[in-house]
Design a protein around this ligand. Structure first.
Ligand code: ADP
Ligand code: ZN
Ligand code: ZN
Length: 827
């Protein structure tokens, strides 16, 4: 138990006021009064329930203060949600840093750091105001209601008749229209209030042996069995399990508890053990010299016991995981705790499994955190960590906020992955936050990759980070051979535009004949990603976004991948009504169908966001492929990273081009990374691997360098481009989007903002724009874009924060301005 927890038991009174960060899009905290009864419990980091406008919100106490900012009477805190403050002082500090650096509303930052609130349940209720009561009384006196006063009067009377406030849904069920309720509310007759109550946690009864009681000699045999179970072989057990194991009766146990032979208590319900993990044994390798030297450098850092950043740059299949695991082991042995971040939920499964196998038994506590857990699961896992019951946390982006204390190590695997960047407020980058947190906690940040981001590698070369390199694969396995297939040539020869070239076809055939496996990567999901009219050239666009709709054959409809809107498949062109509508651009669903046709005997599965909606589906498909029950796995990017399949001898990339043609300065970097990563999935076992990349741009340097798997060459070229173009890592960037459903407003606000920027332009910050954003319409909103570039981070932050304050002053709604500091994508 932590020292904070002990603190709650003292009688020390906190201050009469506190500042609370609330999950609202406002860049400020709010001051509340602390009622005397709650004084002992309100501490920085605690979640509290407070009234806010007409709602009840859960916020975080940022600080306790002696004086209120105004003399006006402040509203009071309603309830303290946590006994132990949810956020540690270090996490509070980290949250403040994020709010300042990313210019994000502090309350929204804390919301994304915290587990879902499962301790409270809320319902909206309809309550009569004093005016409403008077009105109803008046009505009640008139025994005969005037004609036509019908609905309203009856509704009011109905409300007074209720003993308890009516919940909003039941009011609607009773036939009160939403409109009527709104009218009442406007006239001050009723109030719609949020009523928040504590929710009971699901618990189970645990039984334990308590020496000292006496029992009837007749029970001797049963007692011996119970004692053996509870004291020696198993320890305290949930009642249900004990009944099964001891084949005992409930009444006997109850009696023994009463007699004091056994003791019992309630505990939160445990999560069932993940069947995926049971029986798994982690391979235990002896480190090879390259791994040993990397690990040596990590240990040397630990010896220093101070903050540092190390970049582990190891080619694909060089055994980085093994080094990570030893680093975690070393951290634990020093009595500290560790976080391991991976870029995808699917990878938490693998990494979590490794960590459990390595540390689960010894240290009890490996917790996996990711967004696919249910709220209750996530909250439970989070609190296990907070209570100090877990010492290793494996997770995706937000696991960087895992409330571990005494943190010694944060690992960020595949640090270049864009999934570390949160694309909604707060728009933080998990890797960068990991480094800042390591600094706050005096810990080591170990970031790893085969293809580090330009920024990270640049820092390593400049000496800001320590560079650890593993240049070859384990067991001297060769890197796979990579070949380019020019789709231009293929077309000239065959005059067909099949997504599977004859060479790729032959490669797959060979795999099947040898009994090895093939991995086929395609960058789009769905059946066809464009629907065009041959007659007028119009494409079917989303009604809300400037993006074409994707055809999903199995669901028999068109879908927008940006906003999720759905359309029927048109029989004729929506513009010119011609019947010549055709589908264009094959997606993963189509490719799977084609592979099934071309290779009828093969066992094929597809993995993309349509087929793998749940963790179970992921596990099943990955498990089947790893276990050899599949020959070909088709999928999107999610196949490209991390996985360690040993029987894959062929990796096919159907088209390398989509990511290259993006209007984005990171297009080349992203393409290089993707191709190198996916190529790295081949030849990881004893069989050599082969990679076929299909492209229309065989000469592009991103593709050429990926073929040679030459990171150094790519880095040199790309860095030159970044320098010339004044892009990161040579400048700091911020992307500001002005957006609104109304085009006029979006234009007007862009103009205002542009006036604000004008006098500052070229004063150390270059402001480009406003221009229509590349995605000019998204989710019904019109979007304009400014790009801010500066060599000085401080100047950039200052200008941007000034701009946001200006928008507030001009009453431009905060939701209309989207500021993205260090954007990964400029779309
Ligand atoms: P990376 O993450 O660098 O791509 P992995 O950590 O997945 O590589 O390791 C690749 C494979 O090599 C894994 O199957 C792993 O079990 C194996 N491996 C790691 N270290 C060694 C070693 N020292 N000797 C033999 N095999 C190893
Ligand atoms: Zn048409
Ligand atoms: Zn859309």
């Amino acid at each position: 138990m932590s020292s904070d927890a002990a603190g709650t038991l003292t009688n020390e009174m906190s201050a009469p006021f506190c500042n609370v960060a609330l999950p609202v899009p406002l860049r400020t905290t709010f001051t509340y009064a602390v009622p005397d009864a709650l004084r002992a419990f309100v501490k920085p980091g605690c979640r509290v329930l407070v009234p806010f406008r007409k709602k009840a919100l859960v916020g975080v106490v940022v600080e306790c203060v002696e004086k209120a900012p105004t003399d006006a009477k402040l509203r009071e805190i309603t309830r303290v949600v946590d006994v132990l403050p949810a956020l540690t002082p270090k996490l509070l500090e980290l949250g403040q840093w994020i709010a300042n650096y990313y210019l994000a509303p502090i309350g929204e930052v804390f919301r994304s750091m915290l587990p879902p609130v499962t301790e409270l349940s809320s319902r909206r209720e309809v309550v009569l105001t004093t005016a409403g009561k008077t009105a109803a009384e008046e009505l009640g006196k008139n025994v005969l209601l005037p004609e036509g006063s019908g609905e309203e009067s009856r509704a009011l009377l109905e409300l007074t008749g209720k003993k308890r406030p009516l919940s909003l849904p039941s009011a609607i069920k009773l036939g009160f229209s939403g409109e009527l309720l709104q009218r009442f509310e406007r006239r001050g007759l009723i109030e719609i209030r949020e009523n928040v109550k504590g929710r009971k946690r699901k618990t189970q009864r645990i039984i334990a042996w308590k020496s000292g009681g006496v029992s009837k000699p007749a029970d001797a045999e049963k007692l011996a069995l119970l004692r053996a179970l509870l004291e020696t072989t198993r320890g305290p057990l949930p009642l249900s399990q004990l009944l099964k194991l001891a084949r005992g009766s409930r009444s006997l146990i109850e009696r023994l508890v009463r007699e004091g032979v056994l003791t019992s208590w309630e505990e939160p319900l445990d999560l069932a053990e993940d069947p995926f993990d049971s029986g798994y044994e982690a391979p235990a390798h002896t480190l090879n010299p390259a791994q040993e030297s990397a690990f040596g450098a990590i240990r040397a850092r630990f010896e220093l016991g101070e903050f540092g950043v190390q970049l582990l740059h190891g080619v694909t299949g060089s055994g980085k995981t093994e080094v990570y695991l030893r680093a975690v082991q070393d951290t634990l042995a020093r009595g500290k705790t560790a976080i391991v971040l991976v870029p995808e939920i699917a990878l938490t499964l693998w990494m979590g499994r490794q960590c459990r196998a390595w540390f689960g038994a010894q240290f009890e506590g490996v917790v996996v955190l990711h967004s696919a857990l249910s709220d209750v699961e996530r909250a439970q896992a989070w609190w296990r960590v907070r209570h100090g019951d877990a010492r290793v946390v494996v997770g995706t982006r937000s696991a960087v906020f895992a409330p571990l204390e005494n943190l010694g190590l944060i690992i960020v695997d595949e640090e270049q992955e864009s999934s570390y960047k949160q694309e909604e407020t707060p728009r933080y980058h998990g890797r960068d936050v990991a480094i800042v947190r390591a600094k706050l906690e005096n810990a080591l940040a170990l970031v790893g990759s085969a293809t580090p981001s330009l920024e990270t590698y640049h820092h390593a070369r400049e000496g800001k980070y320590e560079l650890l390199t593993i240049a070859s694969r384990v067991a001297s396995r060769p890197l796979p051979s990579v070949e380019i297939i020019s789709l231009r040539e293929e077309f000239q020869q065959t005059h067909k535009t099949s997504p599977i070239s004859s060479e790729l076809h032959a490669g797959i055939q060979e795999c099947l004949a040898n009994g090895t496996q093939a991995l086929i990567l395609i960058n789009r999901r769905g059946y066809s990603w464009s629907v065009l009219c041959r007659s007028c050239g119009a494409s079917v666009q989303c009604v809300n976004c400037s993006i074409s709709m994707t055809h999903h054959k199995s669901r028999n409809r068109l879908e927008c991948h940006y906003c999720g809107s759905i359309q029927q498949i048109p029989e004729q062109c929506p513009k010119c009504h011609s019947k010549y509508v055709y589908f264009f651009g094959e997606g993963s669903e189509h490719l799977e169908e084609r592979l099934r046709k071309e290779f009828p005997g093969a066992r094929i599965a597809r993995l993309d966001r349509d087929t793998a909606r749940t963790k179970r589906q992921f596990q099943e498909t990955l498990g089947a492929f790893a276990g050899g029950a599949l020959d070909i796995l088709v999928g999107t990017q999610m196949l490209a990273k991390g996985h360690d399949f040993h029987r894959v001898t062929l990796v096919g990339v159907v088209s390398a081009d989509a990511s290259l043609s993006m209007p984005d300065f990171r297009a080349a970097e992203r393409t290089f990374q993707l191709l190198t990563q996916v190529a790295g999935r081949a030849g990881r076992g004893d069989l050599p691997g082969r990679v076929l990349i299909q492209t229309y741009y065989p000469d592009h340097y991103a593709i050429q360098d990926a073929v040679k798997q030459d990171y150094a060459a790519f880095f040199k070229r790309e860095l030159h481009f970044r320098r010339v173009m004044a892009y990161p890592p040579f400048t700091s960037l911020a992307n500001v989007i002005v957006r609104d459903m109304s085009l006029e407003k979006a234009i007007q606000w862009s103009r205002q903002l542009s006036e604000y920027f004008a006098p500052f332009n070229n004063d150390g910050v270059r402001v480009l724009g406003p221009a229509a954003a590349p995605l000019a319409r998204l989710k019904r909103e019109h979007r304009f874009q400014f790009l801010l570039k500066s060599k000085s981070r401080a100047k950039l932050t200052r200008l941007l924060s000034g701009a946001l304050a200006y928008c507030d002053a001009k009453e431009i709604p905060q939701t209309a301005i989207l500021a993205d500091v260090d954007p990964l994508s400029l779309l």
